[in-house]
Design a protein around this ligand. Structure first.
Ligand SMILES: Nc1ncnc2c1ncn2[C@@H]1O[C@H](COP(=O)(O)OP(=O)(O)OP(=O)(O)O)[C@@H](O)[C@H]1O
Ligand SMILES: [Mg+2]
Length: 470
């Protein structure tokens, strides 16, 4: 009888490879291990061991250190490359601290000094199996968390976001146009990609175009393509995004910014499902599912006449609104974990988490740049942090505004005022450096300039000039 594998694994599912040049050792070790119920195979030398490792997966590899030809350390080096998940135990009759240390450096789990008895081996293998089970449990727990709280690349546990995911799942199955609303950095594009991935068109292309970045003429030809000679510079026929996205999804980002003429063109395509290239006469089928997004208040734009009402209704068949991050603080620890996992991979650097003070500051922060801002702040923290734990100072968050930290006295502030104050704080914290401030806020420079213009916040030159006058 043995107690190994009590945590659940049937021992015969544990595959052990014994590598030793002496037949008597191979035989006695495999005999002991089989008695414990493990599935055992043996290899008489390093080359045979490497072949066995290439052929199959192993939970545990017992490796003799002294062998003719490839010695145990050489095999270990090769084996760790081939099967990093296996646990390696070196066996040596010449126990010196040096070889043991070298083996541990090469990633061995442990070593055994020959001669050892069956009990010693049994206990060690039991310990390895228990640890492997624990690691596997952690990994599947992580997976389960991701499944429960995740929707493709989006993670969230907030009820409001869970409703968004549910709606997005249902919407994905239909062919309807979807309008994604939400502040900058709240995940509109990631959501659009998720809807595409979940839709029957997932096998087709996902094509994104930002409607704000281009002039009317350029955007028109980007969307619909043009015929050769349609305008100066149109030296060849060119396909537009509607053609490029055929069979897939077309993501029209910042749709609230398009000109009246293009609003009309877009309305026509959505109604007729047909379009023409610029300068062309051929009528082409628009085989796309459209997902549009904007961080503007479209209903307001309709009310003030800057956005066509009929187009608004065409786009707004299914509206999905992403709540801003400050309305779902419960997501912050989850997102921190999510981004640190990613950064660990991208930066090939161990990150164990953020300090409690840093987490408190992250949860308390207002996040006008939403999830993108959070990601940028963590990225900065990961780069700056000296140890494996990101500290508050590493995050470079602006000092909390004492006025805001104090319990609310008088009237609560409108959202825009909170945003204006936060932007002003970050700007002064960044010493007026717009690029730097925009990065911390998680918005682009033009967006920041626009906000500054709207609120009459000073540009750096003006601030310097203002200082000089004092
Ligand atoms: N719920 C989420 N889970 C994980 N990552 C997220 C989530 N929401 C946003 N992100 C991250 O934030 C970044 C910004 O998201 P995205 O580009 O979709 O924002 P947006 O709403 O389109 O912003 P903008 O209006 O500025 O274009 C993404 O690259 C992604 O890394
Ligand atoms: Mg976007």
């Amino acid at each position: 009888m043995n107690g190994a594998g009590t945590a659940g694994t049937m021992n015969d599912a544990v595959h052990v490879l014994v590598v030793d040049d002496e037949e008597i050792v191979r035989e006695s070790l495999s005999g002991w291990l089989r008695k414990d119920g493990y599935t055992v195979q043996t290899a008489p030398d390093g080359r045979a061991a490497v072949e066995a490792l290439q052929r199959a997966r192993w939970s545990v590899v017992l490796l003799d250190l002294k062998m003719p030809g490839m010695d145990g350390l050489q095999v270990l080096e090769e084996a760790r490359r081939l099967r990093p998940e296996a646990a390696y135990v070196l066996m040596t009759a010449y126990a010196t601290v040096d070889t043991a240390v070298a083996a541990m450096k090469l990633g061995a789990f442990d070593y055994l000094v020959k001669p050892f008895d069956p009990e010693e081996l049994s206990v060690l293998v039991q310990r390895i199996v228990a640890q492997q089970e624990l690691l596997q449990e952690n990994a599947s727990l992580r997976q389960a968390l991701k499944r429960e709280y995740g929707f493709h690349d989006l993670v969230s546990k907030s009820p409001a976001m869970q409703r968004v995911f549910d709606l997005a799942r249902v919407a994905a199955r239909s062919a309807s146009t979807i309008l994604v609303l939400g502040e900058s950095g709240s995940g509109k594009e990631v959501l659009a990609r998720a809807v595409h991935a979940e839709s029957p068109r997932a096998g087709g292309p996902f094509v994104a175009i930002s409607c704000a970045a281009l002039t009317e003429t350029l955007l028109e030809s980007e969307l619909f393509g043009h015929e050769k000679g349609a305008f100066t510079g149109a030296v060849a026929r060119r396909k537009g995004k509607f053609e490029a996205a055929a069979g897939g999804t077309l993501f029209l980002d910042e749709v609230g910014d398009i000109s009246p003429k293009l609003q009309l063109d877009l309305l026509r395509v959505l109604e007729e499902r047909r379009f023409q290239r610029v300068g062309g006469t051929e009528s082409l089928a628009a085989d796309v599912r459209v997902i549009a997004a904007t961080n503007r208040d479209l209903a307001k734009a309709v009310a003030d006449g800057s956005f066509r009402e009929d187009l608004f209704y065409r786009l707004n068949v299914i509206a999905v609104t992403l709540p801003p991050l400050r309305e779902r603080p419960e997501d912050i620890p989850l997102l921190v974990q999510h981004f640190l996992d990613r950064l660990t991979k991208d930066l090939a650097r161990r990150l164990d988490g953020v300090s409690p003070e840093a987490m408190a500051a992250l949860v308390a922060h207002g996040w006008p740049g939403n999830v993108r801002e959070l990601r940028n702040v963590l990225e900065r923290g990961a780069v700056v942090a000296k140890g494996n734990v990101i500290q508050l100072a590493d995050l470079g968050l602006p000092a909390p505004d004492p006025a805001r930290a104090a319990p609310p006295s008088g009237d609560p502030l409108p959202l825009e005022e909170v945003e204006r104050r936060h932007v002003a704080d970050v700007l002064s914290w960044a010493g007026g450096n717009v690029t730097h401030a925009a990065r911390v806020l998680g918005i682009d420079r033009m967006t920041l300039y626009n906000k500054m213009k709207r609120w009459g916040l000073q540009r750096p030159e003006q601030e310097v000039a203002a200082h000089a006058r004092r």
